[in-house]
Ligand binder design. Sequence first.
Ligand code: PLP
Length: 404
Amino acid sequence: MSTEKDKSTSALRPRTLAVHGGTARSPFGETSEAMFLTSGYVYESAEAAEARFKGDEPGFIYSRFANPTVRMFEERMIALEGAPEGRTIEARATATGMAAVTAAMLCHLSAGDHVVAAKALFGSCRYIVEELLPRFGVTSTLVDGTDLEQWKAAIQPNTKTLFLETPSNPTLEIIDLQAVADIAHDAGARLVVDNVFATPVLQKPFEFGADVVVYSATKHIDGQGRCLGGVVLADEDFITEYLGNFLRQTGPSLSPFNAWVMLKSLETLDLRIKAHSENGEVVARFLDAHPKVARALYPTLDSHPQAALARRQMTAGGNIVAVEVKGGKEAAFRFANALKIIKISNNLGDAKSLITHPQTTTHQRLSDEARAELGISAGLLRLSVGLEDSQDLIEDLDRALAAI
Ligand SMILES: *Cc1c(COP(=O)(O)O)cnc(C)c1O
C-alpha cells in the first residue's frame, strides 16, 4: 500500500491530534480513515515478498502482525498519550483490554521472576497476577497500593515488575504514580499502569515515570459500548525487545473493523471525557450529600481520602462514582431496580449511564475477606456516569433513592 501520511503532527494540541493523529490516506485520498478489512497483502514480485519478509523494505505482510487501519489507531493513541522528553513511545493494539494486560506481563516475564501488584485490581487482572503467572513460575505479592511502605517491603531481588491501576475499580483508590515508579526503578524493576479509568485525557502515567501503560479500549476509548479492544504503550525498546514479537507469534490481534470504530471514537475522546467528568463530579456531589447514601467516592471530591493526590496526577475526576447506600444489598437492589435512565450493566465508559453491584457481579468471585479488604460492601454500587444531561441523571437517582 502506498499512503500519504499527514504532515508531522507531534507539536499539535490534544484535540487536534485526536482528529488527525496517525491518519494515513490511500491513493484515493479519502477524507475519512479507510477500513482495511484484509488478512493478507499482495506483492509486486517474489523478490518484493522476499525483501519485505527480510525487513529490507517496509510494508504490511499479514494482519496478525500489522494492518493499516490498526496502525492508524495505534499511531493516534501514541499521539494522544504523548512522550516525556527523551523517550520514544510506541503502541500495539490488541483484541481486548485483557489481551493487552496479559501480553504486557507475559512478554517480558520468565519463571523465577517476581511481580508486586496493588490488590485493588480489575478482577481478571488479579487473576493474571494471583493465579496465571504463578502457574508458570512467576511469583507475586499483592499489597495495599495506597501504602508506599507495603510496596517497598514487598520488593525482592528478583522483582521485575510492579503493576497497578489508578483510580481503581470499583472503589476509586488513588495510587501515587511517581512514588511507585521511583520504588520500581530503585529496584531495577518496571512499572506497568492500567490507565483505563483515567484515559490519556485525564492522566498521563509516562509523565510520572511509568514504563508501560495499558488500556481496555472497550471502555471510554470506544465510548459507545460497541467493540472490544485494547492497547499497550511503552518505550520503543520494550516493544522491539519483548512485546512486538510476543504479539506477532501469539496472535491476540485487534480486528481492523474494531480498530476503525476505535479510531473514529478517538476523534471525540477529549470532548467526551471532559463532558463525562463534568457529569461525574455533579452526580458525585449530589450523591455525597444525600441522606440515604452512606458514602460516595469520587477522586476529586473533598471527602475522598486521597483527593489531593488525585488532583495532582489527574486533570479531572473522571466518570466513575462508587456509592454506598444505607441498608445493604436489599437497599442497593431496590435502588438499582428503580432507576429508569441509568441502566443496570457491568460495562463502563459508555455514553449511556450504567450501574452495577460489584459484590454480586464483577467481584463475586473474590472471597468475602478480599472484598472486605477492598471496601466492596453489600450496599456498594459502581456508577459509570454517561453523557446525558446531568439534571436528568440527578432526578433519576433522586427518584430511585426514594424507593429505598
Ligand atoms: C475492562 C477492564 C479491563 C479489561 O478489558 P477488556 O476489554 O474487558 O478485556 C482491564 N482493566 C480495567 C481497569 C478494566 O476496567
